[in-house]
Ligand binder design. Sequence first.
Ligand code: ADP
Ligand code: MG
Length: 232
Amino acid sequence: MNFESVLHQARAEGRDLLNEVEAKQLLSQAGVPVVETLLATTADQAKRLAGEIGYPVVVKVVSADISHKSDVGGVKVGLANAEAVGEAYEAILANSRQAVPDAVITGVAVQGMAVEGTEIIVGMVRDPQFGPVMMFGLGGIFVELLKDVSFRVLPLTERDAQQMVNDIKGRAILDGVRGQTAVDKAAICKLILNVGVFIEQHPEIQELDMNPVFVYADGAVAVDARIVLSQA
Ligand code: ADP
Ligand code: MG
């Protein structure tokens, strides 16, 4: 699965949204660390893939008509065995159909359960004037309530990425407050730079966001990703 084949398939299906499985696979190929994520279209397949990935797993709805998966009851975390995966599969489908009755549901994404880390978000939007603009912020209330984010126009230098990370008001959280350990800022910068290169290689990408990425004392991993294509 490369960018061209994913693009071709999405265009053929008349959708602008790449699903989480596609988005993570492409990002992974671009050097962005993501949680291993596979698509299942039956409960049995979901169980089998969960076994391959290793428990605990997370299962989520995959649908171009549902962009906020947890809002519709489409995310189940911490599934410890095949039975739990089977139940989650049925519950997610039922919840999604109830919340968005005419949604086309592609299947479910089965993925490894990442150890909790400091939540950050990394995104890109195309500005009509400036072109692609990268965004960085802390996840959760920091972005939703406080709008504590930084922006840089592409292309990015290493220094740009470092400044983005240090520009936010909540940067103390990254440096480790109240006895918490500092997170791996170098891993964040590398992730931002690799996303930047990926965006520049693919002008068909209109919008991208990874919300959240978990950051640790050592390393980072995206647990959710979404890519929107420009209209064909
Ligand atoms: P939404 O479409 O609602 O944004 P997400 O994929 O972001 O759905 O999942 C909702 C929340 O579930 C995330 O913010 C994160 O806290 C948790 N989560 C999602 N995927 C994983 C994962 N693979 N490992 C651990 N936690 C996860
Ligand atoms: Mg999310």
